[in-house]
Design a protein. Sequence first.
Lengths: 253, 286
Amino acid sequence: MTTLSDNIFKTHKLTISYGSKPAVADVSFSVPRHRITAIIGPSGCGKSTLLRAFNRMNDFIPDVKMEGRILYLDQDIYGPNVDPVEIRKCIGMVFQKPNPFPKSIFKNVAWGPSINGYRGNIQELVEKSLQRAALWDEVSGRLEDSALALSGGQQQRLCIARALAMEPEVILMDEPCSALDPVSTARIEDLMGELKKRYTIVIVTHNMQQAARVSDLTGFFYQGELIEFGPTKQIFTKPQNKQTEDYITGRFG
Amino acid sequence: MSSSNLKWRHVKAKGFRLLCTMVTWMGVVLLAVLLYHVTRQGLPWVDGQFLTSFPSRFPAKAGIKSALWGTVWLISLTAVISIPIGVAAAIYLEEYASKGKLSRFIEVNIANLAGVPSIVYGILGLVIFVRFMSLGRSVLAGSLTMSLLILPVIIITSREAIRAVPSSIRQAAYALGTTRWQVVRDQVLSSALPGMLTGVILALSRAIGETAPLIMIGALTYVAFTPEGPLDAFTALPIQIFNWASRPQAKFHQLAAGGIIVLLVVLLSMNALAILIRHRSERKNR
């Protein structure tokens, strides 16, 4: 049974441009609930711009123009009565480079919920979030230590825990492993498989193997256009489009 | 050929290093000589009597009480006025104002104001605060003038400290569903605090040593009382020092040296306080 709300996001003829140059052109696709949707493509194809449109992070960039619509649970997130702060509470984000706050591990996780008036037991929430991010065992005894003392891979999992603590519906990941070594990357990929039971994940990556390993659906972007979108297996084994085939077989990009 | 060239390059490198070392030590030695002279002349005069007496025409009875308290009043009020305004202006310019022509224009003007001679601020203070606002020769008028003088420095250094906070921190904070004020308050300001404190202390240290604007707005040179409120007349340490130093008798010159020691102690304790606060906030962030 597929109802409308089985799709977390729907984009409709989405065009995003910086000045007069479109970075994302006329893109329509849907992101299903509790799946990992990967967006792949060469550098500069607009995939990060697209991802940042989902939680309105492009609002901070001057001269960004948007046409078309993005529906989150059937609600237009760029609608006139929508507060971007509310949107970002439900749609968490993990960035390319680990960017923990220069504070303690505990405060990194607790800050978001406490500032948004979390009423439960904050200690428990921090513990639960760190457990879900597969970091608890490594940091449980030193929550008051600085987050900056953690390794790069641990910092990135802390950033995931920080996003999870907001109990979001969706987690957007912008090349979350590109600054990490293979071991840390493998840990985060395993973690994503766990997380998709509770959350919907959209991941941007230029690592095709990563997309093939972790995602359920894949969209291939080239020069701002969505060339092909479908089940990951199909994209990587029987692509319908010549350009997709050329890209995934390494003929360009 | 190439090896002799390399040798010459090493010689140049050593020469430059020597030059830098010499220049550094020159500053240190000059300062040490100055401090030695001042201490030798003034230290015998600095005692309880000196700190608790009002100025007098007899050197043995003269003290620095009114000037010391005047400076404490002046700097405290200046800090209360200039820090909130300066920091708020810096936050506005960095975090809220759109980066257009107007903000560029304001930026250039603030940079220029930081270089305006202090006597000009004295004239401004005299016209606006003393005359137009009829504050008279009060501590408040002095503090307002000093605030004008150091605001550009506070704004510029605070802006630089705020700008040094990586944008990835702001992005991470916004992505958690927080408002601009929450991000500025909890993430940007706490990261920028050490740098801002340094700027504030440098600015206040400048204010504590300024004489020209105070003379311009008519701070008194002979005061036999301490200010009781912001509208009282006052004198300040540098004015008292200047006054003593310009007298013919040698004993007053020694008193001036004593005054300089007191001024330096006040200055150094302010710096020490700033370093202490900075260390604490850095440790909290670490």
